[in-house]
Ligand binder design. Structure first.
Ligand SMILES: Nc1ncnc2c1ncn2[C@@H]1O[C@H](COP(=O)(O)OP(=O)(O)OP(=O)(O)O)[C@@H](O)[C@H]1O
Ligand SMILES: [Mg+2]
Length: 405
């Protein structure tokens, strides 16, 4: 399987990152990801032009066994996107990273992209803020349904009575806070839920909300309603590792933040295409979930919506996980909205799994390719995107950028 050569990587000067060069005769700048080189020739660079609208959408899947180079490749991608404003009509893309394993808070990386590492404590965000809400009629109901769905999926066992009580608590919180001219917060909902339950009573929903309040995940003194725009600016790393073993709270927090990200996305301007034949788009932001199996298994509707609707806003999602089976969760097939793939060594990969991703075996039998993927070396991966039906490449890890500087 070979590179379809409409933007010949061999033209690219080997000592420059792809964002620093024009990859074809079109003089317009565009954001490109220089992810590595041909397995046979390290000067034969491989790039993915993210701005090119021939790339239908910006979503990327990354797969590979433990320690095969996924995070290094992703850091390299973040580094390049973060430096791409001058190739992106002077718009600096934002990156939101959910960091489950403290992979993105090392000084070297943080300094290189000026990342804001945010601990899950006093987050200046409000799940119940309606200023970005898409539903103009009964936005509080939307918010209740979302929150109840998250609690039900992550913690399971939210009964009918608890759901009804939560609905009443949220409705009353909105009604009361409307008189005060602000949105309610989790702290208001907590108070109302306990009023409904009665003194010294508890149930599974109250104990979850108690924990949220006791942990002070969200800023109790949040003064502005709409602070998500400022919060999401630049490279933002949410250090979920700070929550220790508390996986449920981590995943609930990710779901809440996905919703805030989604509502923020819907308010973004739909920027016009630019360049010859309007071939290029502006990249607004990327959302990265490394160790995405944590979140994909809950099939949150909001993640699906960002994946499907993001391209209109110049927004892409990167999902990375160890096994391809993680990308098929219940009725949700996350493989479908992922167009570009980087598959590192996966010991048990099957030909069926590769075929399902659209790798075409026109030049090599799929079984051979699967066999090859099982024995890839560190940082090597099978790459596929709109301009390449599948090719084994040598990835460019982030630390190489740092060493090369
Ligand atoms: N500064 C460095 N110098 C040399 N090699 C490095 C450096 N940093 C990382 N590596 C190499 O990269 C490998 C780790 O890659 P990475 O963290 O990207 O793996 P991963 O696929 O994300 O693993 P996991 O599934 O455990 O998250 C290390 O095993 C190491 O060999
Ligand atoms: Mg990793």
């Amino acid at each position: 399987m070979q590179q379809k050569d409409n933007e010949s990587p061999s033209k690219i000067e080997s000592n420059l990152s792809a964002t620093e060069v024009s990859a074809d005769s079109d003089p317009h700048h565009k954001v490109c990801f220089n992810f590595g080189a041909s397995i046979n020739n390290e000067n034969d660079k491989r790039i993915l032009c993210l701005s090119d609208t021939n790339l239908n959408h910006l979503n990327i899947g990354v797969v590979g066994d433990l320690g095969t180079g996924k995070t290094q490749l992703l850091k390299s991608l973040i580094y390049q996107i973060n430096n791409s404003a001058k190739y992106n009509l002077d718009i600096k893309p934002n990156l939101l990273i959910f960091d489950y394993k403290k992979d993105y808070s090392a000084k070297e990386f943080v300094d290189s992209v000026s990342a804001k590492v945010i601990k899950p404590y006093h987050l200046p965000l409000n799940l119940f803020d309606l200023s970005n809400s898409e539903d103009q009629n009964t936005p509080w109901l939307h918010r209740f349904r979302f929150f109840a769905d998250v609690l039900d999926k992550v913690f399971s066992g939210v009964g009918h009575v608890q759901r009804a009580n939560l609905k009443t608590a949220i409705k009353r919180s909105y009604d009361d806070c409307a008189h005060l001219g602000r949105s309610p917060s989790i702290y208001d909902v907590h108070q109302k839920y306990h009023e409904i339950l009665g003194p010294n009573k508890a149930d599974s929903v109250s104990s979850i909300i108690d924990d949220l309040v006791d942990m002070e995940l969200f800023d109790p003194n949040i003064s502005t309603n709409n602070s998500s725009e400022e919060f999401l600016k630049g490279v933002v790393v949410i250090s979920l590792n700070e929550l220790g073993q508390d996986d449920k709270t981590k995943n609930m927090l990710v779901a809440i933040m996905l919703n805030i990200f989604y509502e923020h996305m819907l308010k973004l301007p739909k920027r016009p295409f630019y360049g010859k034949d309007n071939r290029y788009r502006v990249i607004d932001s990327y959302l990265l979930v490394d160790e995405a199996d944590n979140i994909m298994r809950y099939e949150f509707d909001v993640l699906r919506k960002i994946l499907l609707q993001g391209r209109e806003f110049g927004v892409g999602v990167i999902l990375a996980s160890q096994y391809l089976r993680h990308f098929k969760a219940g009725a949700t097939d996350y493989r479908e909205p992922l167009l570009s793939w980087f598959i590192h060594k996966v010991p048990n990969i099957t030909t069926q799994e590769l075929s399902a991703l659209g790798f075409s075996g026109d030049q090599r039998p799929m079984a051979d390719v699967a066999q090859r993927v099982k024995s890839l070396a560190l940082h090597e991966c099978l790459y596929k995107s709109y301009d390449n039906p599948g090719e084994i490449i040598k990835g460019q890890p982030f630390y190489k950028y740092v060493l090369d500087k």
